[in-house]
Design a protein around this ligand. Sequence first.
Ligand SMILES: Nc1ncnc2c1ncn2[C@@H]1O[C@H](COP(=O)(O)OP(=O)(O)OP(=O)(O)O)[C@@H](O)[C@H]1O
Length: 348
Amino acid sequence: MFGAFRRYFSTDLAIDLGTANTLIFARDKGIVLDEPSVVAIRHEGGPHGKKVIQAVGREAKAMLGKVPGNIEAIRPMKDGVIADFVITEQMIKQFIKMVHPRSVLTPSPRIIICVPCGSTQVERRAIKDAAEAAGATAVYLIEEPMAAGIGAGLPVSEASGSMVVDIGGGTTEVGVISLGGMVYKGSVRVGGDKFDESIISYIRRNYGMLIGEPTAEMIKKQIGSAFPGSEVKEIEVKGRNLSEGVPRSFTISSNEVLEALTDPLNQIVSAVKNALEQTPPELGADIAERGMMLTGGGALLRDLDRLLAEETGLPVLVAEEPLTCVVRGCGMALETMDRRQGSIFTSD
Ligand SMILES: Nc1ncnc2c1ncn2[C@@H]1O[C@H](COP(=O)(O)OP(=O)(O)OP(=O)(O)O)[C@@H](O)[C@H]1O
């Protein structure tokens, strides 16, 4: 009876608290928030004074690299886990406030939140604590590959192997799922952020120019690729010339970006090959037949599916709307959590 009452007034939420983006799914509503995981802080009364939140999400991201001395734009998540606890808690609070109108009748939400499968117990505890401090009555954790697999529509409950490779901003998570459980899970702290860093250092080394993270991300999205293609693309970029100290323009090609990305791409290929080596043969046969599913924003890097297909000899599919797979999977878990036995959640 209480369950029915709760469902009627349900404010339960599923959160993909990502290194790059935070998405929130509300029961019966779908995705209600999709914002960059960025917070702008204003320091009042000097460096040891009060810290006041100036902006969160999109508004704060627009400030990255452009803020005056007393404002700091921070990404409080790094490699998929909390790098700054206080700011992360504040960020979750603000995001929940944006989607969760509180009144006397609305019960505090139960929250499903996803965690990288390579995160430590301490890191998971920190994520749980941050959600509780932000007002959740109960917090359930789900591992990212499981959520991504559900969101991508893989038959995770069946007795057959499904392989998902979720390439986010901070981590790449590889999972092999069968009968609603993770038979293999692996995580490397390489993702879209490492791609951006590699582009920044390539340009510094080869052009003597300094560019910021937003420019590197723009280069990656516009002309980045993971496999040599027939079409070479070019883009004009502005940066600071390190020897002259003044802004200059230069042109970079997609082949150069591919060269810059070699190292992080190799790490992703190794993570996938590792997973295949450690997958039980019966499930490996299912994967050989049906292929692996790519999710996460990194899956949008041009020809990443082709690289993985060439390297493994297996079919590779890119999920529909890879950026929202994890939160949609969390959302489906939320919709069915009162009926499920809870096996898809992780206990620590
Ligand atoms: N078209 C694109 N091409 C290449 N990369 C892209 C594209 N669109 C988004 N990305 C990258 O995807 C990453 C964000 O993906 P996503 O939102 O899945 O990560 P996240 O969930 O925040 O991170 P994590 O799962 O590691 O915590 C960013 O690095 C972004 O630059």
